[in-house]
Ligand binder design. Sequence first.
Ligand code: ATR
Length: 280
Amino acid sequence: MKINGKTRLFGIIGDPVDHSLSPIMHNAAFEHLGINGVYIPMQPDNLTEGVRGLRSLGFVGVSVTVPFKVAVMELLDEIDPVALKIGAVNTLIFSRKEAATPMCRGVNTDWVGSNRALAEVIRLSGSTALILGAGGAARAVGFGLVEAGAQVLVWNRSPEKGQTLAAQLDGTFVSADILPSVRADILVNTTSVGMAPHEQEMPISPELLARFSVVMDIVYVPLETRLLREARARGCQTIDGLQMLLYQGAEQFTLWTGQKAPHAVMRQALIKALTTKRTI
Ligand code: ATR
């Protein structure tokens, strides 16, 4: 990579941010396509000043991760309607137009990533999906499914949070006693259950997995979680946690550069990074 006066600036803001795989994924894509761009991790000590700095320094696009996805919204000029519904922004797009100060638009590509990963294996319109969890990731997955015309069921360890999300999605809350009798086309785990070092844990009992056609996990360490292994053994199609990460990043890449993202190159870079860390 050659950095010169024409290098376009991209990056990610988060706290912490050093664990993020996004720099690896985006820089691999720039390199593969010969784009003169660089994507760097940044940890602002003050979000408002940080976003002002990004504008002033001429950044083209920036990802936003925990804990800034909600707080960043009040610093933007424009917010995409789905991001408003989800209540979180994970992507900033700066555009100069005529104004001296670039305008900053916020969008959410997490739901696009989840929909694309699922739509590769199942038609979403008219389908039914059970979401495990009701946090930030569940919101993105849930609103994405609703956008695509699916019916959503929500289970959550803390029932009140699950009930609130189910109501916002015009869906149904699934209590622990009903869970064993639920059937759906799709199951998505958005909780951290099963993540290393607790690889043996599962968010749902394995005997229930045959009730779903497709099972997606957002956990990607390990890449094949016990949930996915048990689901595959029961004939379900499975989608690993890197797919949502990959496709949300691919959507950002296209929004920022106008080019189709090199999916295979980006996924390979992610897998290499995880393998090098000996975490999958
Ligand atoms: P994220 O942005 O990754 O979704 P989050 O907003 O903190 O993170 O949400 C975490 C989700 O995982 C929540 O639904 C949480 O359940 P609670 O609302 O009951 O806290 C769920 N979760 C985390 N650890 C869990 C566990 N051990 N068992 C079941 N659910 C768990």
